[in-house]
Write a new protein. Structure first.
Length: 476
């Protein structure tokens, strides 16, 4: 990092705060951003992934399920394991906030500023398919990227919304056990890797971000159940957006406190004095900063906030009956869906025993069992997209393929992650010559896999194997 490339007023502020530590802080090696991979626990353990990976990995200091990738020319988006959702390419320190939230299976969890989905996928992995994950993104284009990433990661219990957090707070008062607010910020912690963040920085932008962060936190506070935990995080150094935002929130919400968490090696304690003399006594020293000259990652700030009250007394509302399929619609939907399940999966009861189905036009979804009411909200994904009900047939979705394990398919096709066939499949190319391996089998859907991970669908018929990898996701 060349200090002369930084905004002048930013340099003045940081020199005043850091004193002689400034040069060490902002003269760390400028070889570019550190790369990382967060392992998808819905697919495998970190140990299993490390044994399969054909690129170098080092343990991450930020999260037990993440790795640092010390390979500058690594192109994660082109790797077959990325397409299979086995890992999420994530700047290493970005994996820390979700790890602090302490999510367990069966909880109701909300990620209010979720795109592009790296932290959300960590929360989904911690839920292990149980409970409800509300993943929200205010910007429509980013919400669509969030939806695609959660489908790629094989998440089955997520609702993806494109909403203002004020509307979510009105719809879901006191409904969530855990909430992550990885708030939009001035991005100072990303200056090393993001030239746009440097060029857009201004003192006015910092003030605007702090005001917006306060509003989102107020809405999150309303959504959190008594006794619940909330993590507030940013990727900026600005005290106004970090300790200052938390202090202002605590003053508005006396029912919250900063929770004492075990110290992570290399994490720096928050600086109450940077929020002003009135900040002493509010527990801001229990917040965390990640300094890029100390740990191998970009700059972050995190605060773990606990809401007073007894979780056992939290009144949570379930989803209204109007969202279930009525008997007529269920019969129509299952006329073609049921044979697909019977002929394609090894354990059809796993899906058919569930009752939380909903139709959006011709699209069939399986919703989380404990999902709250969605009335009036902009929903991109009300659960797991199972597929499309077409005339006299059911066509499974790509999301369903990625939600399945290899052993759950009656017919699967394993491709080597280092071979030519998997690249041809990801490019959407014809696979007719490979169809010979299915000779003698009845026609039907084949789950394509690599490294044991599901990758997508192909369909065998008439001696041909048709590639069904989605056009919008194909490699070029």
């Amino acid at each position: 990092m060349i200090i002369s490339q930084l905004p002048e007023l930013f340099v003045q502020r940081e020199r005043a705060l850091l004193g002689p530590r400034f040069d060490a802080m902002f003269s760390y090696p400028g070889q570019g951003a550190v790369r990382g991979a967060s392992v998808n626990a819905l697919r495998c353990t970190p140990q299993q992934f490390a044994a399969l990976a054909d690129f170098p990995l080092e343990e991450s200091p930020f999260c037990p399920s993440a790795f640092v990738v010390p390979q500058p020319d690594w192109k994660p988006g082109r790797h077959p394991y990325h397409h299979a959702g086995a890992f999420y390419a994530q700047e290493p320190s970005a994996s820390a906030p979700a790890a602090l939230l302490d999510v367990h299976p069966g909880m109701r969890v909300a990620d209010l500023c979720a795109a592009p989905g790296g932290k959300t996928s960590q929360l989904a992995a911690a839920l292990a398919g149980q409970g409800v994950l509300l993943a929200n993104e205010f910007v429509a284009a980013r919400a669509e990227v969030l939806r695609q990433n959660l489908e790629r990661m094989g998440v089955t219990n997520a609702i993806v919304t494109n909403e203002d957090t004020a509307r979510l707070a009105a719809a879901y008062p006191g409904q969530f056990d855990r909430i992550l607010v990885d708030a939009p910020c001035s991005g100072e912690g990303m200056f090393r890797k993001d030239e746009e963040a440097r060029s857009q920085w201004s003192e006015e932008h910092v003030k605007m971000c702090a005001a917006r962060q306060g509003e989102i936190l107020d809405h999150a506070a309303a959504m959190l159940a008594p006794g619940g935990r909330m993590v507030y995080s940013t990727c900026t150094f600005a005290p106004e957006e970090n300790e200052g935002t938390v202090l202002a929130f605590l003053r508005r919400h006396p029912e919250f406190r900063v929770e004492q968490m075990p110290a992570y090696p290399g994490f720096t304690k928050g600086k109450p004095q940077w929020a002003g003399p009135e900040a002493e006594g509010w527990g801001l020293e229990r917040t965390f900063r990640i300094m890029p000259h100390i740990l191998e990652g970009e700059g972050h700030f995190m605060a773990v906030l606990r809401k007073e009250g007894d979780p056992e007394n939290a009144a949570k509302t379930g989803r209204r009956d109007r969202l279930y399929l009525d008997s007529r619609k269920r019969k129509e939907a299952f006329r073609d869906y049921e044979p697909f399940i019977r002929d394609t999966l090894t354990e059809p009861g796993t899906f058919l025993e569930r009752k939380e189905y909903v139709l959006f036009g011709e699209q069939l979804y399986l919703m989380p069992a404990d999902m709250p009411d969605m009335k009036g909200l902009k929903i991109l994904r009300p659960g797991l997209h199972l597929g499309t009900l077409k005339k006299n047939r059911f066509e499974p979705s790509h999301a369903l393929a990625l939600a399945l394990r290899k052993e759950e398919a009656q017919c699967s096709w394993e491709l080597s992650p280092s071979g030519d066939s998997v690249i041809r499949y990801l490019k959407g190319e014809a696979l007719s010559e490979e169809a010979g391996i299915f000779k003698g089998r009845p026609k039907g859907w084949v789950l394509v896999c690599t490294g044991g991970f599901s990758l997508g669908w192909a369909k065998y018929a008439g001696g041909m194997l048709k590639n069904h990898y989605p056009k919008g996701l194909r490699r070029n």
